[in-house]
Design a protein around this ligand. Structure first.
Ligand code: 5AD
Ligand code: SF4
Length: 467
């Protein structure tokens, strides 16, 4: 599952760290599309290429290597990549040595077709094979031909990736699980990311310790189906996500833990209990439901009913009464009637989400639903989406307004746009702006919330910050 993680500022999808001043450094530009798993992968690609002399830059003009780390989840993904490649082909004519690589899910889905359609492409690398980039660059230099890697050697990827060697953000992504075996009928992920695979707990804990030593204080565990995590340790023992979270919570300088994205079917008893027992596990859960209609849920192959979902929400609230939820919804799935859509609205009214993502259904090539005959008219999809979004926005506003006057712990992440301002997150993932010095970045402070603008809260430090 690829639910998005709201960015602290407007989506900054271009991955960049300060470029090295050293003129011998090769300039690497990575453009990241889509979900937080891609953001994680982009960072790892930069780490992987650093020993080859590549340093990230902010502009593609003049770059020695450009990587488009693509997303295939929604409509026209491939077309957008091809038009970006058209622009890169022009730049490449000015700088013929420039390497152009396409990574991510569109690369996986398109494979050879990419190099056939756009001669400027030097490398095509799927999400499970990008650890082979250094070798691909060497092969390309040797043969000057196109290089393609789109296997699923998931077991080897994480072992082959180097540990991050640069400073980490206060909140750091850590991929623990990849792939999906659920096969929702609308979704390309099982085909582009491959089968479910979990990393060993030892390698995850080592990566978390490394991130913390580089400044991370919040760890966001990532996986397409993160709560399906089943890692095997070096003694052959199985770990579920709850056990992994518990072990991460023992790392002293990890202040906060989150995980995303989850499937309702995989919320096991241990994980629900963890929300009540592990203080460092934040009271916020992104739990996509997609629809509130049982017949649509069945047609989507979600493997649960609306009532199952509502009962799950109830159990999580019993374990952690202040937990907030977000979700993903699809409006206008084939066969969705007015009554089905009403059932979705009823589910939303009953849960009260604090934020949400909603999309019009778009057929994805190769997925079972793409062949469906009973399509919903575009105008109906649009009006349903608008109605759904209006309701979701109302609920988000309500949740944010309820924060005014409250004092909450904020983990400060970075300087804000205004002078002397810091921006951080509440336990419920709301961005919070405060006037405070940069020395507080990476610490938790109690903030009294005074106002709300757009989607962010504004407040003042209530007491001395504590970690
Ligand atoms: N059409 C519309 N939305 C989709 N999503 C995934 N596939 C499709 C599709 N074919 C949405 C789902 C998923 C989110 C990441 O993207 O809501 O949870
Ligand atoms: Fe999520 Fe279903 Fe797609 Fe798997 S198939 S990634 S569970 S939406």
């Amino acid at each position: 599952m690829c639910g998005r993680w709201p960015a602290l500022s407007e989506a900054n999808l271009e991955f960049c760290r300060p470029a090295a001043d050293n003129p011998r450094m090769k300039k690497l530009f990575i453009k990241t599309y889509g979900c937080q798993m891609n953001a994680y992968d982009s960072a790892r690609m930069a780490d992987l290429l650093a020993p080859l002399g590549y340093a990230p830059v902010e502009k593609q003009e003049g770059a020695d290597m450009v990587i488009l780390n693509t997303c295939h989840i929604r409509e026209k993904a491939a077309e957008k990549v091809y038009s970006e490649l058209g622009r890169l082909a022009v730049l490449k004519r000015e700088k013929p040595g420039m390497l152009v690589a396409v990574a991510g899910c569109v690369a996986q889905a398109e494979g050879e077709e990419m190099v056939r359609r756009q001669g400027a492409v030097d490398m095509v690398v799927g999400p499970q094979s990008y650890h082979r980039l250094p070798e691909m660059i060497a092969r390309h230099a040797r043969d000057a031909g196109h290089v393609l890697e789109t296997d699923f050697p998931a077991l080897e990827k994480f072992d082959a990736l180097p540990q991050a060697s640069s400073e980490s953000g206060v909140s750091a992504f850590l991929t623990v699980q990849e792939g999906c075996d659920k096969f929702c009928t609308f979704c390309v992920v099982p085909y582009t990311r491959g089968p479910e695979h979990s990393r060993s707990p030892e390698s995850i804990l080592a990566e978390a310790r490394n991130l913390v030593s580089r400044g991370a204080r919040e760890i966001v565990l990532l996986g397409q189906n993160v709560n399906a995590y089943r890692g095997v340790d070096s003694h052959g023992k199985d770990w579920n996500l709850a056990r992994l979270i518990d072990a991460l919570a023992q790392i002293h300088d990890v202040y906060r833990i989150r995980y995303t994205t989850s499937h309702p079917r995989d919320m096991d008893d241990d994980l629900i209990a963890a929300h009540g027992n592990i203080e460092k596990l934040m009271p916020f859960l992104h739990l996509p439901v997609q629809s509130g209609s049982d017949s649509v849920l069945a047609a989507m192959n979600r493997q649960h009913t609306a009532d199952d979902y509502l009962r799950l929400i109830g159990r999580l609230r019993a374990a952690r009464p202040d937990i907030a939820f977000s979700s993903d919804f699809i409006a206008g799935f084939p066969g969705e009637s007015d009554a089905d859509f009403e059932a979705t609205m009823a589910l939303v009214r009953s849960v009260k989400f604090s934020q949400c993502f909603s999309f019009k259904y778009s057929p994805r090539p190769g997925t079972p639903a793409a062949g469906a005959k009973k399509l919903v008219a575009e105008s109906v999809k649009t009006s349903r989406l608008l109605a759904l979004q209006a309701l979701l926005l109302e609920q988000q506003d309500e949740a944010n307004k309820a924060s005014i006057g409250q004092t909450m712990d904020v983990l400060f992440e970075k300087a804000g746009r205004e002078n002397g301002q810091l921006v951080g997150r509440s336990p419920w993932l709301q961005p919070v702006h405060v006037q405070a010095g940069t020395s507080r970045i990476g610490t938790i402070g109690a903030v009294k919330i005074a106002a709300l603008t757009a989607n962010s809260l504004h407040g003042a430090l209530a007491q001395t910050a504590s970690a």
